[in-house]
Write a protein that binds this ligand. Sequence first.
Ligand code: NDP
Length: 499
Amino acid sequence: MVQDHGFYLDGKWVDPKGRKRFETSNPATGETLATFPLGTKDDVAAAAKAAKAAFDKWKKTPPPRRGELLLEAARIFRKRKEDLGRLVTAEMGKVIAEGLGDVQEAIDFFEYAAGEGRRMVGETVPSELPNKMCLTIRMPVGPVGLITPWNFPIAIPSWKSGAALIAGCPIVFKPSSLTPLCGAKFVEVLDESGFPPGVVNLLTGNGSVVGDGIVAHPSVRAVSFTGGIDTGKNVYEAAAKKMIKVGLELGGKNAILAMDDASLDLLMDGVMFGAFGTAGQRCTAASRLIVHAKVYDQVVDELVARAEKLRVGDPMNPKTDMGPVASADQEKKVLEYIHVGVKEGDELLAGGEKLTGGSYDKGFFIQPTIFKVDRTSRLATEEIFGPVLSVLKAKDYDDAVSIANSVKYGLSSSIYTNDLRLAFRAMNDLEAGITYVNAPTIGAEVQLPFGGIKETGPTDTREAGSTALEEFTYWKTVYVDYSGRLQKAQIDTQRIVGG
Ligand code: NDP
């Protein structure tokens, strides 16, 4: 049955009158799942007002108490994991094991962030003057905007909101218009966890209205955005105009380097998962495989054999390896890239077609596709965000690194080798925020920082891990002088012992 949803504002579900509505549907079956209101700038103002009003009390709530609510949310996510995981698969199209993994990431991160409430460490450093103490404290920036994509519709909101909430920042959250139902169910969990009114707010609607409105609203003091590079540039510019903090995670063109001593089976398992997991729609997806010339032919033959065995179909079936891509637009974009590859003379090794017939006709299914490409071709340099792997030949390790680093993105990277020296060199040489050794480019864990460099992450923020709070806090430096007299730093320079 189609569910009609509203916004979540100031602790209540509301469905304002007169808003146009939009639908969300299942990319495997075409079934309509839910309808949502298209938010307006007035709705953004209402959400920002609620968040601003909630800020003072939330900021003053001791972080360990905030953490208790995050732990409660983690407990509810765990209880609802099966239902939410199935919803992720239904609304976004990733296979069910990955749908459940999306929810697991929320459980993991909320538990991790709850613990941050009892750490939130600052520094205590000596003063140059006697009877004086110097320390730093983390302060929440204020209400924050969270704008999320569709590819991790529970996990990415959890990274952003978990960090913002434990930091003491009320949130105005706008999920992707492809996955608002996951966004609403995510907020249902936060509602049930007992966050005070105004601390959590959800709006749905067009990015160009609601997303843009959130970034521009004067009460919103930081924005965390994950999505495409063009949108990210707009968000960056708008945030700069307001001089506010902005965290950007804008995708990648991630490479796996396969050296001539790599274990072939391990490499193949990694490449299949890295390139075709989530139908290639992860910002960390392995979209390039750069292979040492000595093993190139062997690797290519094995790749094609493996790709042809992948089972593409119903993502709810646990035996399926790859589901549909997330939308008609995604399908169009990926098929256009395949067309570009063929037109530019890249050699198509496997796949390359939309799957049709029977239940395929209801959804957006594309074959796992592999091209042999030249290092300057568009398939070798542009983010495709779909099940298309580009294979390149490298003369040696240095050549492989130079190809890997030749793109504008810098998110994830990987090297398969049994040579310890090459593994350690790659950790230093690969221009990326993340490097894996003998594992594919995907598989981030929540207790470590996540993010990229170059155009992937121009603001150099890192989500998750010990750096998660940076996006939402500033440092307050505190000097406590208990000498009882005026002491002048840099001026009272005599060497005094004691006070
Ligand atoms: P977008 O970057 O357009 O969307 C991401 C989020 O930003 C959505 O919530 C979107 O809302 C919102 N948004 C759109 N326009 C604005 C705006 N002007 N100001 C503020 N927020 C805005 O990505 P798409 O979903 O359209 O996907 C396009 C491409 O982006 C993909 O093919 C892929 O290449 C890349 N991408 C990268 C991701 C990553 O993980 N880094 C994730 C998803 C996509 P709405 O949905 O309403 O438009």
